[in-house]
Design a protein. Structure first.
Length: 263
């Protein structure tokens, strides 16, 4: 693949793997979009790609991912665990984290995923670490420099201003069904880079917007869900403009997503 992001990330993954004694003779690129995932034998190296445009310093988000995933794995929560000495390590000017290679199973959305999210929230509530300045409002403030549609910029300000004032708690932060991997041992959550302390409605909105009915069995009433579902839709539109900065040929997709939002 002729992509400078992938080439640089692959070189960084191999350099870190060689430094730590991992097999690097036959690296396998498993994913190459938001982050580049490179299998190095029993480990998967995670290296930022499009997220380099979205976050600064991106290593802070990656370190939080490692810290939370380690904490959750130690409590036997259903997560993909970090590999030994997970980092972040640095090579080629990029942060690299290491994860235990887990062979994916079924790609279908499991039943009871809302309950799985509620169970994850119960364990996250015990995390003693810091979350830092993060969350959708922080992301959007940075991403708006890439957004070409002035209506989207105005809508971000309006939607954020109209959010209800709700209690906050530790969240996954990006709890869509794509971040729940089917494995031989059942579904496992992954990708905690976006974790933050925010209203429960954000996580449930992420899940609800990703698959019809996915959040229907989340226990209890979730206050503010319509407003946060709207914010999640808008967040997705803005993310498409970030993608288009890396892949200019996808600018039309971003503009089309903006038009669909306002249709």
């Amino acid at each position: 693949m002729d992509d400078p992001y992938v080439a640089r990330a692959l070189a960084a993954a191999v350099a870190v793997g060689r430094r730590l004694g991992l097999p690097v003779d036959d690296p396998e690129v498993l994913a190459w979009k938001s982050n580049v995932l490179v299998r190095l034998g029993p480990a998967v190296a995670r290296v930022p790609a499009t997220t380099l445009l979205a976050r600064d310093p991106v290593a802070d988000w990656m370190a939080r991912d490692v810290a939370l995933s380690t904490f959750l794995a130690e409590r036997e929560a259903p997560v993909i665990p970090p590999f030994e000495n997970p980092g972040p390590h640095f090579a080629q000017g990029l942060p690299v984290t290491l994860w235990r290679f887990t062979r994916p199973g079924t790609a279908s959305v499991p039943s009871g995923v809302g309950v799985l999210l509620a169970e994850l929230h119960a364990v996250l509530a015990e995390f003693p670490g810091e979350y830092g300045e993060c969350g959708p409002a922080v992301d959007l403030a940075r991403w708006l420099e890439y957004v070409e549609d002035s209506r989207v910029r105005d809508e971000v300000a309006r939607v954020l201003a109209e959010l209800p004032d709700l209690p906050v708690q530790p969240l996954h932060g990006d709890a869509h069904t794509g971040n729940l991997m089917g494995t031989a041992d059942g579904p496992k959550w992954l990708d905690f880079e976006d974790s933050w302390r925010g209203p429960l409605a954000w996580d449930v909105a992420c899940l609800a917007n990703s698959s019809d009915g996915a959040a229907a069995d989340y226990p209890g009433e979730v206050e503010g869900l319509p407003e946060y579902r709207r914010l999640r839709r808008l967040y997705g539109v803005c993310w498409r403009f970030v993608i288009a900065r890396r892949f200019p040929e996808r600018r039309g997709e971003a503009l089309a997503a903006a038009a669909e939002y306002f249709a």
